[in-house]
Ligand binder design. Sequence first.
Ligand SMILES: Cc1cc2nc3c(=O)[nH]c(=O)nc-3n(C[C@H](O)[C@H](O)[C@H](O)COP(=O)(O)O)c2cc1C
Length: 162
Amino acid sequence: MEGMESVEEQNVAPSTAAREAYFVDFALAMREKVNLPLMVTGRFRTRAAMDYAIESGAADVIGIARPLCYVTDGPLQLLNGLTELPRKEEDLALIPSSLGFLKRLQLLKAVDNFAAIYWFYAQLYSLGRTGRTNPGLSVFAALREVEGTHKRLLAARARSRC
Ligand SMILES: Cc1cc2nc3c(=O)[nH]c(=O)nc-3n(C[C@H](O)[C@H](O)[C@H](O)COP(=O)(O)O)c2cc1C
């Protein structure tokens, strides 16, 4: 389950690791089995890696998820010469590294993982509300906002069933 399970190390060739996007080799293998357009998503950040995935035939379409939650014109910037999208996910943590030992507790580790994911949800909420992202939002504030929204939605759903 997202946020609860440890991130499984991908068994990828070093060439894939160098290309950064961990599903490229998987997509190449899929090509041999299916005759469908393939979209590949997962950690594409550099234009070079995206070009490689398309030019090698691994993918027909590139998916970009987290960066587009806060750099909404990312694809346009890449087409205009930007070489790399930012990697905000590497800076997002609820539990500071000095207290990293707390993540030995499965529950706290899960909360930490969810909070980092919720930061991206909160960017989408902000876009919906104001038309702008909120990159200065703290991970803690994002956790509170998304948890609060989930609670309100669940309560509204329960009321509508009464
Ligand atoms: C806001 C948000 C919502 C997502 N929702 C889903 C989902 O409903 N189903 C799913 O399989 N993946 C979902 N993902 C995962 C993405 O599709 C993608 O696989 C993952 O974020 C890795 O790509 P990235 O490195 O470009 O972010 C979501 C990601 C984000 C940031």
